[in-house]
Design a protein around this ligand. Structure first.
Ligand code: PLP
Length: 390
């Protein structure tokens, strides 16, 4: 049994979540539920891996050996039924890095790129930062859940200036795990319109009971050359600080183009620690992930029940995946600044504001539930007290 209840002091570890609250919210004296990493200490097998490597004491140029790729291939097969060969996968230092690279290599300046807002805000940043244009296929909210608007998607994808779509699967922040039917329709629309489909599957391991992640690679063989999957062990095992991710492609010409760019940037060698930890988590981490997902699901249910029973005006949406929960705060009767003020200044809890994810996120907050239950409880009590005092 792993211990997810221990409260770990993360101050003075250069943690973005803790040290950057001042910059973002005006104070570090808050409880952080924002940046998408977890407050749990890594299990011993991960710490031992890094300590053993550190104890060797020589950190010269390092490469990813075949065992590294075998561990990735085996994880993909056993956990997600994705069959890939070595030639179809390649390392990248992060998923956002990979998205940037795919945009730069496979689209041109001023091309339109479809994203589905409200969505992980770096999607917009990578499109606009590379002088491409966001084409927003806004998600619809129907019968208590977010769904895709296919009619609009068809229209946007058929625009000759549109050359790429970035899909978030599972979706951050709305927590959807897209079904095979939903993915089939997206895949079909992109395929028919020659729109390259980049599927960000970084949250793929953190899926709750009743849902099953289906990789875009496993939807329809016809689509496969038109698909690039970007994913990582970093959300699953809380190793964003070790910079390790990878992409999967069937189209070997595109893979070659990506690899040569990686080589040019001199990123095709490896950080000694990220290389070791990736192989280790994929070889030894299955049981840990199963326990972690159970704990996160308990946290999700706890937040849902606490808010439903104690805080009027906020509706928590249970997610099908991710440890990021979408809270509908429109019932509080406050505008965007009022909601920010309530959470940040009155309750003194740091969450991602819904409007960061696009206009359709207005009136929402995103809470990161990947922390010990006692911390979550304290955060929710602070929120309840602030709402009671309104
Ligand atoms: C959908 C999605 N993609 C990518 C990332 C970040 O990936 P990386 O740290 O590997 O760049 C996140 C982090 O929250 C995310 O939610």
């Amino acid at each position: 049994m792993y211990n997810f209840d221990a409260v770990i002091d993360r101050k003075n570890t250069s943690s973005v979540k803790y040290e950057e609250m001042e910059l973002k919210f005006g104070s570090n004296d808050m409880l952080p539920f924002w940046v998408a990493d977890m407050d749990f200490k890594c299990p011993d097998f991960m710490i031992d891996c890094l300590v053993n490597r550190a104890n060797h004491g020589v950190f010269g140029y390092t490469k990813r050996m075949p065992e590294f790729y075998e561990a990735v291939i085996n994880w993909l097969k056993t956990r997600h039924d994705i069959s890939v060969k070595r030639e179809n996968i390649e390392y990248g230092p992060g998923v956002v890095f990979l998205l940037n690279m795919m945009i730069r290599k496979f689209t041109k300046p001023n091309d339109k790129i479809i994203i589905q807002r409200p969505v992980y805000y770096p999607f917009r940043a990578v499109v606009e930062g590379n002088n491409r244009v966001v084409s927003d296929n806004t998600l619809k909210f129907e019968n208590g859940k977010y769904v895709m608007d296919y009619e609009d998607l068809e229209k946007k994808a058929s625009d000759p200036e549109c050359t790429m779509m970035i899909l978030c699967s599972p979706h951050n922040p709305v927590g959807r795990v897209w079904t095979k039917e939903e993915l089939q329709r997206v895949g079909e629309i992109c395929f028919e319109n020659n729109v390259l489909l980049v599927s960000d599957e970084i949250h793929f391991d953190l899926v709750y009971k009743g849902s099953k992640h289906i990789s875009m690679m496993n939807v329809d063989e016809r689509f496969n050359k038109n698909i690039i999957v970007c994913t990582a062990p970093s959300k699953t095992f809380n190793i964003a600080g070790l910079h390790t991710a990878y992409c999967i492609m069937s189209d070997l010409e595109k893979m070659e183009a990506y690899r040569s760019e990686l080589g040019l940037l001199d990123l095709n060698r490896s950080n000694s620690f990220s290389r070791e930890i990736t192989q280790t988590v994929y070889e030894k981490g299955a049981e840990y992930v199963d326990e972690l997902v159970d704990y996160l699901e308990e946290n999700m249910n706890f937040v849902h029940d606490y808010i439903t029973e104690n805080i009027k005006g906020i509706i928590p949406y249970k997610m099908e995946a991710t440890y990021l929960m979408w809270l509908d705060c429109k019932g509080l009767g406050l505008d965007t600044e009022g909601i920010d003020d309530l959470f940040f200044n009155k309750a003194r809890i740091a969450l991602d504001s819904g409007h960061w994810f696009g206009d359709t996120g207005e009136g929402f907050m995103r809470i990161n539930i990947a922390c010990p239950k006692s911390v979550l409880k304290e955060g929710l009590e602070r929120l309840k007290n602030a709402v009671d005092e309104m």
